[in-house]
Design a binder for this molecule. Structure first.
Ligand SMILES: [Zn+2]
Length: 205
């Protein structure tokens, strides 16, 4: 089964109707996930958007058989199965060099924003050089942080240890021709990954 190496990333092309199963092999590992639509003609990127999903569904994230939406409010990935407790974060930005500097770590600490950049650099679809242009201008779409637990108390947020157990998985079905990019979050300074970043696995169904 393909691996998302600890602190690194994986890229998977999906055709409409194909699904990706993302497995938290060790339990408690957050996977920052992005999906980019592959358009027939070059255009501003269409991507899975947490803010458009929230404001269309009027809730934090889709339930089973509901979809994450793109920035034009069209379905892009549908949750068809989820054996985890169903807690996934849609509010936190991807960890980045600035975040690690603020936490007192080195700016060269592995980070999900850098993993996204490296992943897009790897994509061979011509459209991705277009996305790379926006990333290099500083744009980073909000990720779907699979298995990440954030407590919401009024307007306060707190990152907690994830509840996912070893082997828990979520299945996301492609509603558009797209590429999914997954980063095994390297955060080791907060409760995000229970302090111990590890690898994960995935499978195309
Ligand atoms: Zn991260």
């Amino acid at each position: 089964m393909p691996t998302i190496p600890a602190r690194r990333f994986a890229v998977q092309r999906l055709h409409i109707g194909q699904s990706i199963k993302v497995i938290d092999s060790t339990g408690g590992q957050v996977i920052d996930t992005w999906a980019f639509s592959i358009p027939s003609t070059p255009s501003f990127p269409r991507y899975m958007s947490m803010t458009h999903t929230r404001s269309t569904l009027h809730k934090l994230l889709p339930s089973i058989h509901e979809s994450f939406l793109d920035n034009k409010r069209d379905p892009i990935l549908t949750i068809t199965e989820d054996t985890s407790p169903g807690i996934h974060d849609v509010l936190y930005a991807a960890c980045s060099p600035e975040r690690y500097l603020q936490l007192g770590a080195d700016k060269d600490h592995d980070n999900c924003a850098g993993n996204l950049h490296s992943a897009v650099q790897q994509c061979t679809e011509p459209f991705f050089s277009h996305i790379l242009h926006f990333l290099e201008s500083g744009w980073i779409p909000d990720p779907l942080n699979l298995f990440m637990k954030v407590d919401i108390d009024g307007t306060n947020l707190q990152v907690l240890n994830p509840d996912s157990k070893a082997g828990d998985y979520i299945v996301l079905k492609a509603e558009q021709e797209c590429v999914v990019i997954m980063s095994a979050c390297p955060m080791d300074l907060t409760a995000c990954n229970r302090g111990e970043p590890s690898s994960a696995e995935f499978e195309v169904l």
